[in-house]
Design a protein around this ligand. Structure first.
Ligand code: AMP
Length: 503
């Protein structure tokens, strides 16, 4: 099949041809005609399948007819992270070069002023992360009643990051009669519920199972010890033909520590995680894309879905605590038909996480070559003592009210997600009037729902990554466990519960 057969306008086809793509990917071939026909679409597809163009191409086509009004965007795309939002914006620029569409990107870390100027002029395409969009709505700077096409991308990741209440709030501000395109790599029950609510008789398109790992990726498991990991990593980098690599850590703090250690050893390394400001993140990613940075040490959220076509190696410096993250992480290599290698460094404590990964992918991860220094440790499917799992323990008090799934990885990611917007943090004393008005939503006492939604992120962040209370990394579980307090008012009880859930 060729792009010409999909019903796209000549301007769009010309832009596609210039990218060199000749054949639509399966999700593009299946979704584009339905989007052009105005149908709702439920796309079960992960990044790397070409799903971004499956909605950007027909959207450009449709939006090329009509004009935007001030502060009333004609379409809205919700993305979980700034990087993904920026990637979608790049897609619109590439494929929309022969159409005069205006676009605004509402993401954290970028000044409100510039974003508002664009909105004032009227935009055809608004690409946003949920928190920042709600901030703009709260300031009365954007009206969503003119949105004709809504895209919710990476819905399962939004769920993990606690964004679903925000999305529900945003959807209440949209017109009922609209076209909705909904993409998710997986369909847990909570996401299914959302699709039932948001989509009207959707065309369901499924292109690859979320648990599938690319055939072009060689997977290697190396058993080691926590102390031995860093040397092992360096040894593999020295011994193997590592052109470039993304090295995943579970915690932002560890991302920074590892990046510094690698740089100190004379290796070209950069770090990317949610606490870094947007300019630094963009600069580091550009450096990695261009090859001036060879090793990118990353957290899950910052690196998820990133489209870097030529990555020779992925390292799981930490075994991911959420099995699906394994698939997403290693999917950063072996892209576009190229081969890649994914190393996973596992310690004894990782047994249960490894078991979950292997169950998900349906195979054991092959053991590493014998020439590598292998520690004499067995990685067993035993539950690690809580205090040693570095914030990876499963929740003890049942699901949090925000309705996400397993909190362990989600919590770390939510940390990244909300800190995606440093500018959104409460400003104690605004020096300039402009800054003062930057984050009114954060100044307001949050509603109960918002509190539970953001709790995992803002507070979790403090607890996990910054506040070390005399015991270093080791905080015994009993200290973090909830205790019954005598007689509290309703409000303080809620607050207490919120705190203890974060533990
Ligand atoms: P995505 O799943 O949207 O993140 O896209 C993954 C990668 O596939 C990106 O580098 C796209 O530029 C690329 N891509 C998108 N459409 C096609 C196509 N029809 N043929 C080849 N590559 C494509």
């Amino acid at each position: 099949m060729t792009f010409d057969e999909l019903g796209l306008a000549p301007e769009v086809l010309k832009a596609v041809a210039e990218t060199g793509y000749t054949e639509p990917t399966p999700i593009q071939a299946q979704a584009i005609p339905h989007v052009l026909a105005g149908r709702d679409v439920l796309g079960i597809a992960q990044t790397g399948t070409g799903k971004t163009a499956s909605f950007t191409l027909p959207m450009i086509d449709k939006l090329s007819r009509g004009r935007a009004r001030a502060r009333m965007p004609r379409s809205l795309i919700l993305e979980p992270t700034r990087e993904l939002a920026a990637q979608v914006a790049e897609n619109f620029e590439t494929y929309g070069k022969y159409n005069k569409l205006s676009m605004a990107l509402l993401i954290g870390g970028v000044s409100f002023g510039d974003q508002e100027k664009k909105l004032d002029r009227g935009v055809d395409v608004l690409i946003a992360t949920p928190g920042r969009l709600l901030d703009h709505c709260g300031r009365g700077k954007v009206l969503l009643t003119g949105v004709q096409i809504l895209v919710i991308d990476e819905a399962d990741r939004m769920l993990d990051m606690g964004f679903i209440p925000d999305i529900e709030e945003i959807c209440k501000k949209l017109p009922f009669t609209r076209q909705t395109l909904f993409f998710s790599a997986t369909m847990p029950p909570e996401i299914q519920r959302l699709t039932d609510t948001f989509l009207h008789n959707p065309e369901r398109i499924e292109v690859a199972r979320a648990s599938s790992t690319g055939a072009t990726i060689k997977q290697v498991l190396i058993k080691t010890t926590r102390d031995g990991k860093r040397d092992l990593l360096q040894k593999i980098i020295e011994d193997e033909n590592v052109k470039n690599a993304i090295i995943f850590c579970n915690r932002k703090r560890d991302v920074s520590v590892l990046e510094r250690a690698l740089s100190k050893s004379g290796l070209s390394a950069g770090a990317i995680h949610g606490d870094l400001d947007q300019a630094t993140r963009t600069r580091t990613l550009d450096g990695f894309r261009k090859g001036t940075i060879r090793l990118l040490v990353a957290s899950d959220v910052a690196a998820r879905g990133l489209d870097i076509p030529d990555v020779s190696h992925v390292f799981n410096f930490d075994v991911p605590t959420h099995a699906e993250d394994y698939v997403h992480r290693i999917g950063r290599t072996g892209r576009a038909g190229k081969s890649g290698t994914a190393y996973t460094l596992a310690t004894r404590e990782d047994g249960k996480y490894l078991a979950a990964i292997e169950k998900l992918i349906g195979n054991p991860i092959p053991d590493g070559e014998s020439k590598l220094p292998k520690a004499e440790v067995a990685v067993e499917a035993v539950e690690a003592p809580e205090a040693e799992t570095e914030g990876r323990q499963e929740p003890k008090r049942g699901r949090s009210r925000r309705g996400g799934r397993g909190r362990s990885a989600a919590k770390e990611e939510a940390v990244d997600a909300v800190t995606e917007a440093p500018a959104e943090k409460p400003v104690e004393k605004a020096e300039k009037p402009a800054e003062k008005t930057e984050a009114p939503r954060r100044h307001e006492a949050p509603k109960r729902d918002e509190r539970s939604n953001r709790r995992g992120s803002e507070r979790g962040h403090d607890r996990d990554d910054e506040r070390v209370v005399g015991l270093g990394d080791h905080v015994p579980a009993f200290i973090l466990r909830a205790v019954k307090l005598p007689k509290k008012t309703k409000d303080t009880d809620d607050e207490f519960e919120a705190e203890s859930e974060d533990a």
